[in-house]
Write a new protein. Structure first.
Lengths: 534, 191
């Protein structure tokens, strides 16, 4: 493997040498190229999953069946979830990791560039397999992204096999990406870049990578059991054969809960980079941020059954998972407190990255509060599988994870493209998004509390008005993202104001020491780090 | 140029990380028997011990209290059988051996095989329901149009905690015709 790492040093005399055309992208081992591929792929998937969300919202605009049949509706909810989780949010974070981690720790590239190329290029195949399964007789996966047995075993169509293989490929991709991140961070830090001097984005990704290695193999195991239950007459989840369908939920959520932190910890890192930059103050409580992230990651393994309160658990187990879940609010509260304290008496300005980071702090906190409500076992019996749950996880994933990815894009686009994102368009994008995302998800709390179940194509008449409002919000939010597309395309087309090496006055970190756009190879000679970089 | 990084050994670390991946994959599968064992010990999923228990020691009958048992029977979706218990509710002293008869009728015109699987709610009571003889220990072949009366003999363990006054024993009858034909006869093998 070390010979692979060596190849880059030979390029030193002709710095920007690279193959051209399609070969550059197919065979690239450059962390910046692979980062861009990941980000563009996730952007494409974001629009694909978003389109499916709009199909869902169009159907739910009015009660009754209007546009799609219920089975297709179920395929939409399933594919929307799978694509957004595995196709949009996770690859976006991996793309950011590829671009930023080597530059942030003063490394010339990722530790395992050849594997890096593989981990990206198997992803499009996974999604082609999964999306094309919708063309099979009987349609694609329609059992929800959580693929509970027996929906995914006894009652599923034959496209389940394709679903299982697609998940396997995505899992392998994520695991390879995680191994790469860990080896890079442990072995390739520049001299003087001690662990407690690493930027928080690096720290949060470091911890996320360990979560990925711990739980993605469990997901691979669960989908394998689904496959053998369906096709090879095993009975892991089939009560008739001595199995237990509830076991599926235990195994799935043992993966699933750490998974939701995989989708939010890197966000914490991004926000911890942006808020100090635009408050012009160092991050408050750096060490406590690191420990809080590690605490959240550790606790994530002890809370899985809070997704299963209604399966009939003994009271003791319910209480254990309830208290453990509530305990997570403590390290999360530490983080929110630190961000607010960083802003306290800072010289704040409100450029687009900061706007998204601020919206993240506020809206993610709302999602956190509804999470605490859901953690209360007795009331969860009412909230379970209602739109209240949908509202909760969209607040933490859309106005949380997705907003942080947008903040990251606006923050680092000057470094990636060499051009400043169009500030007018970016602010328009922000205001359209932040208003519409609340029109979209806030009213869902109310229909949820009133008892509207999730994953249904039709609903009782009393929910009609709120659903109409939600659907309007959905279309506004969806089309607002075209503004984001315009900003990104403008930067990629090298239009607009050219960026200087450090376009944000208060920004800290090694990535701002290299010119904008970042040269193809950076830090071939490692920088010497004297003082902490936050 | 290559001396700039004091090359720590990547391959060693990759080996370790890959080993953790394999380990976690195996752990996922190891959770299956672990879960079964855990449920057996705690009654977590309401599954009762589906093998014959030793008979009750008649001297240990606890006549000071009564436990109410409710019986519930269901046939799985798509199985055109009728399946019922002769009593819906029964009060027994812990330690007292009782027999309850269940009736199953095959209303189809073909020979079929069923398998009844028990579940106890609350699960906490499951380890205290001890069956000395039960139709559910084997599968139940029923010829076309036949009706069978199937006994279950049981007693409640006198160690049952005082706060459990009532519990429900539910049987779900599954269609095992195909599995029996293929020789995949499934009887709960948990000891």
């Amino acid at each position: 493997m070390s010979t692979v790492v060596d190849t880059h040093h030979e390029h030193d005399d002709h710095h920007d040498h690279k193959p051209t055309g399609i070969k550059r992208w197919l065979f690239t081992t450059n962390h910046k190229d692979i980062g861009s591929l990941y980000l563009l792929f996730s952007f494409l998937m974001f629009f694909a999953g978003g389109t499916m969300a709009l199909v869902i919202r169009a159907e739910l605009f009015q009660p009754g069946m209007q546009i799609v049949d219920p089975h297709f509706f179920n395929q939409m909810t399933t594919m929307h979830g799978l694509i957004m989780v595995f196709g949009a949010v996770m690859p976006a974070f991996t793309g950011l990791a590829n671009w930023m981690i080597p530059m942030m720790i003063g490394a010339p590239d990722m530790a395992l560039p050849r594997m890096n190329n593989w981990s990206f290029w198997i992803l499009p195949f996974a999604f082609i397999i999964m999306l094309s399964s919708m063309l099979m007789p009987g349609g694609g996966p329609a059992f929800g992204w959580t693929f509970y047995a027996p929906l995914s075993t006894t009652y599923s169509t034959d496209s389940t096999a394709l679903f299982v293989f697609a998940i396997h490929i995505m899992g392998i991709s994520s695991i390879m990406g995680a191994i790469n991140v860990i080896v890079t961070i442990m072995n390739m830090r520049a001299p003087g870049m001690t662990y407690m001097r690493m930027p928080l984005f690096v720290w949060t990704w470091f911890i996320t990578a360990f979560l990925l290695i711990a739980v993605m193999p469990v997901l691979a195991g669960v989908v394998t059991m689904v496959l053998t239950d369906k096709y090879f007459a095993t009975s892991f989840f089939d009560a008739a054969g001595g199995g237990d369908p509830v076991l599926f939920q235990h195994l799935f959520w043992f993966f699933g809960h750490p998974e939701v932190y995989i989708m939010i910890l890197p966000s914490f890192g991004i926000v911890s980079a942006i808020i100090p930059a635009f408050a012009r103050k160092p991050l408050f409580g750096y060490a406590s941020m690191v420990y809080a992230t590690a605490a959240i990651a550790g606790l994530s393994f002890l809370v899985w059954a809070h997704h299963m309160f209604t399966t009939g658990m003994p009271v003791f187990a319910s209480l254990f998972f309830m208290y453990m879940t509530m305990l997570i609010a403590v390290p999360t509260g530490v983080k929110i407190f630190n961000w607010v304290s960083t802003m306290w008496r800072g010289s704040m300005t409100f450029e687009p990255p900061m706007l998204f980071a601020l919206a993240f702090v506020i809206l993610f906190t709302i999602g956190g509060f509804s999470g605490i409500m859901l953690a209360i076992t007795p009331v969860d019996f009412q909230y379970h599988d209602t739109y209240f749950v949908v509202a909760h996880f969209h607040y933490v994933l859309v106005s949380g994870a997705v907003f942080s990815i947008m903040a990251a894009a606006y923050y680092w686009l000057p470094k990636w493209s060499g051009f400043m994102p169009d500030e007018g368009l970016a602010k328009l994008h922000f205001w359209c998004s932040v208003i519409s995302v609340n029109i979209l998800f806030f009213p869902m709390h109310f229909v949820g509390l009133a008892g509207m179940p999730r994953r249904i194509p039709d609903y009782a008449l009393q929910f009609a008005d709120i659903n109409a409002i939600v659907s309007v919000g959905a279309f506004l939010f969806g089309f607002s993202q075209l503004i984001f597309l315009a900003v990104v395309v403008k930067c990629m087309a090298k239009k607009g104001q050219a960026a200087v090496a450090k376009p944000w006055e208060g920004a800290e970190g090694l990535e701002w020491d290299v010119p904008s756009p970042a040269p193809y190879h950076t830090f071939d000679t490692p920088p010497k780090i004297e003082a902490p970089i936050r | 140029m290559s001396e700039q990084h004091s090359k720590p050994d990547n391959s060693k670390m990759i080996t370790r990380l890959l080993a953790s991946v394999v380990l976690m994959f195996a752990f996922g599968f190891a959770l299956v028997p672990l879960y079964e064992k855990f449920c057996e010990v705690t009654g977590f999923n309401g599954r009762t011990n589906n093998s014959a228990a030793a008979g009750s020691d008649g001297n240990l009958v606890d006549t000071t209290r009564l436990v109410t048992i409710e019986f519930h029977t269901r046939v799985n979706r798509g199985l055109p059988w009728e399946f019922s218990s002769e009593v819906r509710r029964l009060q027994v002293h812990p330690g007292e051996t009782t027999t309850v008869n269940f009736t199953a009728s095959n209303h189809t015109n073909r020979d079929m095989t069923g398998q009844a699987l028990p579940s106890v709610a609350p699960g906490e009571a499951a380890p205290y329901l001890l069956k000395t003889e039960c139709f559910c220990f084997q599968n139940q072949p029923l010829a076309a149009g036949d009706t069978a009366v199937m006994p279950m003999q049981f007693y409640v363990d006198p160690d049952i905690p005082n706060h459990i006054r009532t519990f429900t024993l539910s049987y779900m009858m599954y269609d095992m015709t195909e599995a029996a034909a293929q020789g995949r006869v499934v009887v709960d093998t948990s000891e």
